[in-house]
Write a protein that binds this ligand. Structure first.
Ligand SMILES: O=P(O)(O)OC[C@H]1O[C@H](OP(=O)(O)OP(=O)(O)O)[C@H](O)[C@@H]1O
Ligand SMILES: NC(=O)CC[C@H](N)C(=O)O
Ligand SMILES: [Mg+2]
Length: 505
């Protein structure tokens, strides 16, 4: 669930892109990159690591220019190698820098087409590099030496017709400007911002509105599903709907977990949707656990905190911070391997024993995916003296793989796969376990924008909106990306030495 950003400014954009990436860091912790256009050259810095570790002052000095794009990566295709960090680059037609959030479902077929028909070489296993080459090939076919807004929109339309899956994209084209587009289902988010300066208007696109707030731009609107935005280097804005059947199917997991609560996505406040989730789950707990002897509601920091507070209010119970989060440890779910994820839970969260001693506690989390967090947290609550430990999840049981940009390629890794609620409860050793119902989750988010008629909910119900995901496909991604396919950490490290890009130190 990477973070992307792009700015066409009147002055240097490097610092604003850096600042935007720091507030999109929760979307991808593995690698980061910035590419700027300075006259007729690109400047690039990308590497594995957090934004604050990838860019040093010496890199920032060299990232000159008034147009640039940035990316922070959470890999969902290929490997964690720094060669797959983004932005990617191609040199024909023109120089194009490219950053992508999402995941393609027909990358395998497209790769063949790129090689045999477009005669282009793909140098990594990243689906984003394929997507870039599909777009570049479309632009080659359509444009001459000059690029008009219509050329850009025709190239995006041609790309939409070929690509399947989830993609929010930002690209910078040397000599012309910046292009951004969103897949026709609008699965991944993308917003447009503007800032008026004495030198003229500046434009920005980003994965979440929080990035627009952070760098002092004003939120204009969400980019529509299928729509393309083209901002010339001179700062002229052009927009066009480029997909005939575009419709909103935003990923519901953005609201459950991925996005920051202070962001708005497709007209929906992420925070308000989480408060609604808490209210609905609180009401379900009241209905189904009427006899329950809960003394206190405790969130599992950080994402579940807004939900847990609302559950406590609905149940009229005290809300207490029983766990302290180490602010220097990132999100565990988006870490690359299960070993690292397991180790990080205890490094990240520590219990305040007095909040548990001799109490029946209700622990609240936004979701249970592999069960890594819940199992260890329940153990910590018991070690801290809790009498009984109940557990509530603001999302329903996750039983299906994700193919649209969340790294859950294998059903076998999901704790709810093939298990009923009492079996899951037994696995995580809870005294009672309750999940939100899917219709309540959808209503909780939908209440904030009733115009959206459908959400992408495949991890809960197995309905994949692109219509091309079958058992064969799921088996292939399981083999290619499941935990057993990812290899040992040593192999990962070796892979990370295979890279091909500039500014490596
Ligand atoms: O069942 P699991 O496989 O453990 O996955 C679910 C957990 O992972 C996430 O937390 P994470 O630490 O990533 O981020 P947070 O600090 O934003 O809650 C999520 O909020 C759940 O706590
Ligand atoms: N999470 C994402 O958006 C990942 C983008 C792309 N599929 C990659 O693996 O780099
Ligand atoms: Mg969490």
């Amino acid at each position: 669930m990477c973070g992307i950003v792009g700015i066409v400014g009147k002055e240097a954009v490097n610092q604003s892109i850096y600042d935007a990436l720091t507030v999109l860091q929760h979307r991808g912790q593995d690698a980061a990159g910035i590419m700027t256009i300075d006259k007729s050259m690109f400047n690039l810095r990308k590497a594995n690591g957090l934004v604050r570790d990838v860019f040093h002052t010496r890199h920032m000095h060299r990232l000159t220019g008034n147009v640039g794009i940035g990316h922070c990566r959470y890999p969902t295709a290929g490997s964690s190698s720094s060669a797959e960090a983004q932005p990617f680059y191609v040199n024909s037609p023109f120089g194009i820098a490219f950053a992508h959030n999402g995941n393609l479902t027909n990358a395998h077929d497209l790769e063949k087409e790129v090689f045999t028909v477009a005669r282009r070489h793909i140098n990594t296993n990243s689906d984003s590099e394929i997507l870039l080459n599909i777009f570049a090939d479309a632009l080659t076919k359509i444009s001459d030496f000059e690029v008009t807004p219509d050329d850009i929109f025709d190239a995006v339309a041609l790309s939409h017709a070929k690509i399947s899956g989830a993609y929010a994209v930002v690209a910078a084209i040397i000599g012309f400007g910046m292009v951004a587009f969103r897949d026709p289902n609008g699965i991944r988010p993308l917003v447009l911002g503007k800032r008026t300066t004495l030198l003229g208007d500046e434009y920005m696109v980003a994965s979440e509105s929080v990035a627009i707030d952070a760098v002092g731009f004003t939120f204009v609107r969400d980019v529509a599903p299928g729509e393309a935005i083209y901002i010339t280097e001179a700062g002229q804005l052009h927009t066009k709907q480029c997909a005939p059947m575009a419709k909103f199917n935003p990923c519901i997991f953005e609201f459950v977990y991925f996005a920051r609560p202070d962001s708005f996505i497709d007209g929906i406040s992420v925070y308000a949707s989480r408060v609604n989730m808490g209210r609905k789950l609180g009401e379900k707990i009241k209905r189904e656990w009427a006899e329950l002897d809960i003394d206190v509601v405790i969130p599992i920091p950080e994402t579940s905190m807004d939900v847990a507070l609302q559950i406590a209010n609905t149940l009229d119970l005290p809300y207490r911070q029983g766990f302290v989060k180490n602010r220097y440890i990132g999100r565990t779910f988006i870490m690359p391997g299960q070993t690292q994820r397991r180790k990080s839970v205890r490094r990240k969260l520590n219990a305040i024993k007095s909040e548990f001693k001799d109490k029946n506690v209700l622990l609240v989390d936004d979701s249970i995916v592999r069960g890594t967090t819940s199992e260890q947290i329940i153990e910590m609550a018991r070690e801290s003296g809790a009498k009984k430990v109940y557990f509530a999840s603001a999302a329903p049981e996750i039983r299906f793989p994700n193919v649209y940009g969340i790294d859950m390629p294998s059903a076998n890794e999901l704790i709810a796969y093939g298990r009923e609620i009492d079996e899951i409860s037994e696995c995580i050793k809870a005294d009672g376990l309750i999940f939100q119902d899917l219709h309540d989750l959808v209503d909780a988010v939908n209440e904030e924008n009733p115009q959206i008629t459908r959400f992408e909910t495949s991890v809960f119900d197995g309905n994949y909106v692109t219509g091309d995901v079958n058992q064969d496909y799921l088996e292939r991604i399981d083999k290619a990306r499941g935990e057993s396919a990812k290899g040992s950490p040593t192999i990962q490290t070796e892979l990370s030495n295979l890279e091909m890009h500039n500014m490596s130190n």
